[in-house]
Design a protein around this ligand. Structure first.
Ligand code: GRF
Length: 190
């Protein structure tokens, strides 16, 4: 059987990436391979790829215009012929070229219960609004900001007095489990 090939995009600490890699190592993501990791900045999480000999790219560093970067991103991703592009804490909007090239094959994880609290500060916005329940969502990526079809969601209850950091850490636990589950289901073609 051919591998189900993923390219993972990150911007930050890469705990979602690490969860995917560890699930593969434990045999919990049968047939799944992370062929490359791509970041928009020299993200700390790239070390999880480099430690394992997985190609790690930061194409933005080499391109001055957004258009060139979008093209470079498509070329870099297409080189690995991914079945799935996983945005795992990738903090930039993808341009039209990426969406055209990989439509239906890009998923994103977001730390709030969409359609509530889209955008870069989903955890903070949920806390500030005063909701009692929040969570994480995995979506199919479209042109909008966190507007794509919802694939899966997990919820948790906000604790009284909880800080943004504490809440985000708890969300990230359920987010990682869900992301691994969604990839497993896609790999099984479910
Ligand atoms: C996740 O909560 C993701 O949803 C958000 O940023 C966080 C990334 O965490 N956009 P990590 O880099 O995978 O640790």
């Amino acid at each position: 059987m051919n591998d189900f090939t993923c390219v993972v995009f990150i911007s930050g600490t890469g705990s979602n990436l690490r969860a995917i890699l560890e699930a593969i190592e434990k045999g919990a993501l049968s047939g799944v391979k992370v062929a490359a990791v791509i970041a928009d900045v020299d993200a700390p999480g790239l070390s999880f790829a480099r430690d394992r000999g997985i190609p790690a790219h930061v194409p933005l560093a080499d391109y001055s215009t957004r258009e060139d970067w979008n093209r470079a991103l498509v070329d870099c991703t297409a080189h690995y012929a991914p079945d799935l592009v996983v945005l795992a804490g990738f903090m930039r909007l993808l341009g039209a070229p990426m969406l055209e090239a990989f439509r239906g094959r890009i998923i994103n994880t977001h730390p709030a219960l969409l359609p509530a609290f889209p955008g870069a500060h989903g955890v903070r916005d949920a806390l500030n609004y005063g909701v009692k329940v929040t969570g994480a969502t995995v979506i199919d990526v479209d042109e909008g900001v966190d507007t794509g079809a919802i694939i899966d969601q997990r919820a948790l209850t906000i604790r009284p007095g909880e800080s943004e950091e504490e809440l985000h850490e708890r969300i990230k636990v359920i987010e990682r489990e869900m992301l691994v589950d969604v990839i497993a289901r896609r790999a099984r073609n479910e």
